[in-house]
Design a protein around this ligand. Structure first.
Ligand code: ATM
Length: 235
């Protein structure tokens, strides 16, 4: 069932119309396991796109809105370790629903490029592949929450979880990453391996949308690889 906006067409139809009129620049998402460097690289992408005259904004999931930041605090709190997987899934969906309506959709509609640190692929891999929830259920919920608002491009920062987790814990120990959000870092290595496998499977299924970047390289190399991809596609 499609939700209708106040002008009588669905949000997706309106987005497609705006895209066809080139009034929408782009919706870019970054995905990857913990410690893959998404937060640093999203800033590099914004800097690069702004230097090319694009009006872009950075956001994230969970979070991105005042309500979403509260949901984020619950989801990432290590004290929420006994949260039921279905509760977890529904909280991510609630966060996304608010984020799309309050932030992503209005920003894209006003012609901004949106750079989002994680989006719905994260739900498919974390709650689906890693927690074992039914991926068809996740997809059905997504149809309800965002119809078909898919990113134009998804950069997957790929690296072995052993490296990613040790980077993440180094940042937590040196204070550059908050210890208040470590529920997922405390998951087992095999959980993070399933997440990585999940991402690589999704990338294989949608090779036009996904671009895989080797995030085990140094920060500058990763930045250059991403800029090359974006330059080939749009600039
Ligand atoms: P970061 O913002 O630090 O990437 O953390 C968000 C965490 O939420 C991340 N954890 N790790 N590792 C992945 C997790 N997550 C989900 O499990 N499902 C989702 O839908 C999203 C957006 C994130």
């Amino acid at each position: 069932m499609l939700r209708r906006n106040d002008e009588g067409c669905s949000a997706t139809q309106k987005m497609n119309f705006l895209r066809s009129r080139q009034l929408i620049d782009m919706f870019i998402t970054l995905e990857g396991i913990e410690g893959s460097g998404k937060t640093t690289q999203i800033k590099n992408i914004a800097e690069f796109l702004r230097s090319k005259g694009q009006d872009c904004i950075i956001t994230r999931e969970p979070g991105g809105t005042k309500t979403g930041e509260k949901v984020r605090a619950i989801l990432l709190d290590p004290g929420s370790k006994d949260m039921d997987p279905l509760t977890e899934l529904l909280l991510y969906m609630a966060d996304r629903s608010q984020h799309i309506k309050e932030f992503i959709y209005p920003s894209l509609s006003s012609g901004k490029t949106v750079l989002c640190d994680r989006y719905y692929d994260a739900t498919v891999v974390y709650q689906g592949f890693a927690r074992g929830l039914d991926i068809r259920l996740i997809n059905r919920l997504h149809e309800l929450v965002f119809e078909d608002l898919k990113p134009n491009i998804t950069i997957l920062l790929d690296l072995p979880p052993e490296i990613g987790l040790s980077r993440a814990w180094e940042q937590i120990e040196n204070g550059s990453r908050t210890a208040l959000e470590t529920r997922f870092e405390k998951e087992t290595l095999s959980f993070h391996k399933k997440v990585r496998t999940g991402y690589l499977e999704l990338a294989k299924k949608e090779p036009l949308r996904f671009r895989i970047v080797d995030a085990s390289n140094d920060e500058n190399q990763v930045k250059n690889d991403i800029i090359k991809i974006l330059s080939e596609k749009w600039i």
